[in-house]
Ligand binder design. Sequence first.
Ligand SMILES: NC(=O)c1ccc[n+]([C@@H]2O[C@H](COP(=O)([O-])OP(=O)(O)OC[C@H]3O[C@@H](n4cnc5c(N)ncnc54)[C@H](OP(=O)(O)O)[C@@H]3O)[C@@H](O)[C@H]2O)c1
Length: 429
Amino acid sequence: MKPLKIAIAGLGTVGVGVVKILENHKQMIADRTGRAIEIVAVSASNRGRDRGIDISGYDWSDNALDFAGRDDVEIVVELIGGSDGVAAALAQQSLSNGKSFVTANKALIAHHGTALAACAEENDVALRFEASVAGGIPIIKSIGEGLAANRINKVYGILNGTTNYMLTQMEATGKDYGEILEETKLLGYLEADPALDLDGIDAAHKLAILSSVAFGVKTSFDNVYMEGIRRIKLVDIEYARELGYRIKLLGISSLSKAGLEQRVHPCLVPKSAPIAIVDNGFNAVVVDGDPLERTFYEGRGAGEGPTASAVVADIIDIARGHRGPAFFVPVAAMTDAQPISISDRFGPYYIRLHVEEQPGVIADITAALRDEDVSLHVMLQKGSEQDGTVYVVMVTHETQELRVMNALDRIDALSSVIDKPLAIRIENL
Ligand SMILES: NC(=O)c1ccc[n+]([C@@H]2O[C@H](COP(=O)([O-])OP(=O)(O)OC[C@H]3O[C@@H](n4cnc5c(N)ncnc54)[C@H](OP(=O)(O)O)[C@@H]3O)[C@@H](O)[C@H]2O)c1
């Protein structure tokens, strides 16, 4: 059989990893697919950059969009990044020109997944993006194929390794957020735009994709509620531990009669939950389906090897002739789910207040909570800080989010309250 010819746009961390796997495992892959896979062309920004691999045997293109027009190329592999610009143009043009398209680009799929899937269907080619969610964990294939007999109710997980690393390190070292942030920057773990990690945007991209794969809904990144880890202090991690929890940044998506809930935010999860012990750069995804119930997937969420492993698996899939719909249902069957507002979340909350230690403060705080019908399960207050202030931590009974936020607005307005109050949702997973 003729070799399958591919072109790779982007030779950074992931692109180099893909070239290495395809070259180093050439024969094994050919045996598994029944067809050799041949890289014919590559593109990156800077031709002269030393990438530690030999690319002299491939055609070089300064303009990655050339790949969409090459007659000999069957699959275009995009490893550049960004939701728009060259990545989006390359996707659109490649699919329109009858080329299958493989990418690790979560921003691209979160924003344009449904439209690109439609374009792939119209042109009878494949669109694949396994590496875009949870790096090396084959979660998209697991849900779309392995769990194909199940109605999925809920999918959630640790989808950003960098923030999971930071939270783990805060707990392990007893250092506060600022110090761990600086160390994480020095290690090079943060995205070029750190907001993608720290504000939950990267996790939200992945969650939007997971929602579409799990529920067959159109990708709707704009409806994902997002909150990152910037406000988590060491004191929260310590109090959480004392209360029997750990703090994790989770992406949670569920579909019910009420609609689609998609949210990314820090959570208190019971120490005994499987997800609570997923540490450092690891990702984990939990899928709850009927009839299988809960399954749990863990692995490395980023880095050259894990991410390239997922990209190459997609290429192999296409080489084997698999051309099914990108989200496992045809685009015409994908639905527009009604988004559920975060204000409607119902559950317990951890609340941390930093207040001046003076008579009447606690009475004012509890009055605000009482007026909103928020009842307390636990209240903790330890010794004062050196400056005469004190942290007060409370755990509420199950309640509606809107009520908690209204109460916190009132508490924030009290003159004795120093920092903006923090509420962290408790997820008894
Ligand atoms: N890194 C990970 O662990 C990981 C995990 C999951 C998903 N991803 C996704 O994988 C994609 C690639 O990530 P990465 O970490 O490999 O990024 P990266 O190391 O920054 O590499 C990006 C590559 O794109 C090239 N490039 C930039 N603009 C270009 C253009 N206009 N035309 C052609 N090439 C261009 C760069 O060229 P130069 O090298 O010449 O500058 C570089 O080789 C992104 O979508 C990312 O979100 C990454």
